[in-house]
Design a protein around this ligand. Structure first.
Ligand code: APR
Length: 317
């Protein structure tokens, strides 16, 4: 258990995070901050606190519109930002289209982390994921091991779910990894997908797998289309908690996440989804392995798309 975990933004994802942090008892105090009036963060914390007797949790939940509430946090989970939402004409925007508005919000968040908890481990969820994490890096310049983006875990759990359904097996039997940027060019790694230790192709045809991989790349948009307003929030929150638990309990668990690369997979100076070994030091290691030629090509294409968005971030100063 940590002393204090801060949740920035208590919209859809933030609210699930607060209740799960309380239920799982991952910190003595959870401090939530949201700029939304009249005082949404405080309201959500009060609602969840009033239910604490029912989930046997003595975790203290405090919410505020003021950032000083996060002072001294050991870990920050950042969800502040506008989500994608279906347009009136039915089309779904890309995550990259959120950049301009979410960059401004991220600068506020970075300022607060710098002022109130500069040593905190930071897990960021806001989109466009890899570019927003890069912006936090620009603003905070923390040790690269203490800053990471949550995306690969979510994309991989979606891939696992689709594979389990197609194969008619338990989701627990499926291992999978989705790497690269958290955009439509993300890369499901078929060569790393296994069902009960056996290659996935033993259970599912190449043709069906290709359909599953295409669905995985667009899975976030599929939910956006169904919700009508806003984007997926339960599975993203659970995915971030998987990373938080690996760090808090020093699990040495390998989870795909957006980490700063320094030559790994042939990439430098960008945050991109790669397999990360998480422990109490945060990103303790990027686990490199050999991709197939096709995966390599797709990974390069995905990197190019992250680079393009990061170039926009750099151009915005
Ligand atoms: N400081 C704190 N909170 C902020 C700030 C800010 N500067 N700006 C906005 N927020 C809050 C909003 O008031 C809102 O309550 O962030 C919250 C975001 O919640 P939702 O709109 O419900 O969005 P959510 O579904 O939680 O997604 C958050 O994660 O997956 C990404 O694309 C998604 O960028 C989006 C982010």
């Amino acid at each position: 258990m940590l002393g204090k975990i801060a949740v920035i933004g208590t919209g859809n994802i933030g609210a699930v995070l607060v209740q799960e942090l309380a239920r799982r008892q991952l910190a003595g105090t959870v401090a939530a901050v949201d700029v939304k009036e009249p005082d949404v963060a405080k309201g959500k914390c009060l609602d969840i606190s009033e239910g604490r007797p029912l989930i046997h949790s003595d975790v203290k939940l405090v919410g505020s519109r003021e950032f000083d509430i996060i002072a001294g946090a050991d870990m920050v989970i950042n969800t502040a930002g506008v989500p994608r939402t279906k347009r009136p004409d039915g089309s779904i925007p890309s995550r990259e289209e959120l950049l301009t508005v979410n960059l401004k919000i991220t600068d506020t968040v970075a300022g607060a982390i710098k002022e109130y908890c500069p040593e905190a481990m930071v897990i960021s969820i806001a989109n466009p994921l890899d570019a927003i994490v890069y912006r936090l890096y620009q603003q905070l310049s923390p040790l690269k091991s203490r800053l990471v983006g949550m995306a690969g875990q979510l994309d991989s759990t979606r891939y696992r779910f689709f594979v389990a359904e197609a194969a008619g097996v338990s989701v627990e039997n499926v291992e999978a990894m989705v790497l690269g940027g958290h955009g439509d060019s993300m890369v499901p790694i078929r060569s790393a997908c296994r069902i009960a230790g056996l290659p996935v192709t033993h259970f599912i045809s190449e043709e069906v797998l290709a359909q599953i991989e295409a669905r995985t790349r667009k899975a976030g948009g599929e939910v956006v289309g169904l919700l009508g307003s806003g984007s997926a929030f339960v599975s993203p929150a659970w995915s971030a908690l998987e990373m938080a638990e690996a760090i808090i309990f020093d699990k040495k668990k390998i989870i795909p996440a957006s980490a700063l690369l320094d030559g790994e997979f042939g990439v430098s100076g960008l945050f991109v989804g790669v397999p990360v070994l998480f422990g109490k030091g945060g990103v303790e290691k990027v686990v490199e392995f050999e991709l197939t030629d096709e995966e390599k090509e797709n990974f390069q294409r995905s990197i190019a798309s992250v680079q393009k968005t990061v170039d926009e971030v750099k151009a915005m100063g």
